[in-house]
Design a protein around this ligand. Sequence first.
Ligand code: DGT
Ligand code: CA
Ligand code: CA
Ligand code: ZN
Length: 572
Amino acid sequence: MDNRQIAQVFADIGDLLEIKGENAFRIRAYRTAADTIAAWPDAVARMDDRALRALPGVGKDLAAKIRELVETGTCLYHQELLQEFPPTILDLLRLQGVGPRTVALLYSTMNIRTVDELAEAARAGRLRDLKGMGARKEALILKAVAERHKDTGRHLLPDTVSVSAELVAYLRERAPSVDFIPVGSLRRGCETCGDIDVLAVGGEAALMDVFIAYPKVERALGHGDTKSSVRLRGGYQADLRLVPHESRGAAMQYFTGSKSHNIVLRDRAIQRGLKLNEYGLYRVGDETRVAGETEEGIYDALGLAWIEPELRENRGEIEAAAARSLPRLVSTADIRGDLHMHTTVTDGRDDLESMAAGAHRLGHRYVAVTDHSKALAMANGLDERRALEHAARVRALNGRFEGLTLLAGIECDILPDGRLDLADDCLAQLDLVIASVHSHFSQDEPAMTDRILRALESPWVDVLGHPTGRLLLKREPYRLNVDAVTGAAARHGVALELNCQVDRLDLNDAHARLARERGVPLVVSTDAHSVTALGNLRWGVSMARRAWTTPDDVLNTRSLEDLRRLLRRNRT
Ligand code: DGT
Ligand code: CA
Ligand code: CA
Ligand code: ZN
């Protein structure tokens, strides 16, 4: 069983307990554990009891359930809960606007078990008379059912950012005095986003009509005085919330999330006799307002340093904020060069000089030109002779762009057995070698892991490119023991890449953090195949920030001199 499956069982248990109306603490315990396990970089199935119990939010009882799942493939408690309800009941919960309480009501009073039964009852007008339902809610449920069939789900971060920016520009133009702030998973820099959440600080209710009238709105899903939701063309959902000035910080904090971060923060407030919500932080009893105008004020009143949004996932940031030991996160301004790009010599769209000129315009101090090797025949990959000729042309450009040094590199394929695609004496003559897997993705875990471990043994490999091979929303990572690979990278001094291609973002945040904690150097590179794509550094930087990365952890924040010194080929 992999982490995702185990997390799903715990998440289901949380949902089932909530439908049953069980104790909130128990529900939360399962959800917290599900979140932890889903985000954990190592396979929980391989961990021993002690290691399991050291996981945040996993105690003796949950550790035993994990063991049970791993050993038997099921969990008795989960099965017992499922026995109490029809198995389709969890589908109802995933409908927009349908919570566990509604599900419990629908099931207990009308025996509604499936989305189709729910839709039928709503269409027949049989829901509106239920306690707490009404015709409006009935209509919303029908909409949610329809939506569900076409909802494409999550979207890539860069796409979400541009859709959100366009919406915010439209709103700003029409309400210049209102402060529009994107929050939610987008502000946390998550690799994919479920929807767009925007706050309108100081906005009036009339703003909602402006929002609904946005030309890209396909349909209004909800239209209220302080909150409205719309579906935009392209399958995006956007929520706009009006916030009074004095609640600006509280609303930013609350709606930035994540949920698990907020839960811990709220508990911390309770322990201090305070109450935290989206309007502010209040003293329990006399309701005096303690903070709310700024996020800093809220964190400060809870004894915490302000926490960067990318860290707000309940992965140790609250403890670090209390101890004043939060990291100084890397930013795009720290990046001095780009170490992965392609040209028209292989599968790039722009030629060498254009790419160099583009990098120069971005203010880079150095770039490595890393076209493909011959195994990638589709991309017109380079053999040894062409690789060295290309290297000579790259080096000959030095001096042409003031302040920019071009390094001659290659992205060398890792063959299915772990050998490198080009001969050592060729690789030795280059300035930087990225080794990457581009074929035979379906090898089993031991084969893929051995393949990469073998490649990392070559003294000429400086960087492992897009280490897990995932394509967001399209292709799972290869089956790979990331633990073993980061261990070997640490031993050999090979850097791991944070690839900035918008649908790769590979390594992900959890793996990058694991690597960094083991002292593996990171490289944040665009893998650009065009001049425009050279601008994609910020997305990899988002992943790096979510991995608690400081500038010192990243090789391409260094001066050219230090970079050269730290490359694997120059370390031994
Ligand atoms: P997404 O949209 O799936 O990419 O993820 P988020 O984090 O943007 O989630 P979303 O849009 O459902 O909610 C935005 C934030 O609002 C979320 O990160 C935390 C806050 N929030 C929403 N619902 C709850 C809740 O039930 N409890 C708490 N404590 N916070 C919530
Ligand atoms: Ca969201
Ligand atoms: Ca939302
Ligand atoms: Zn590649």
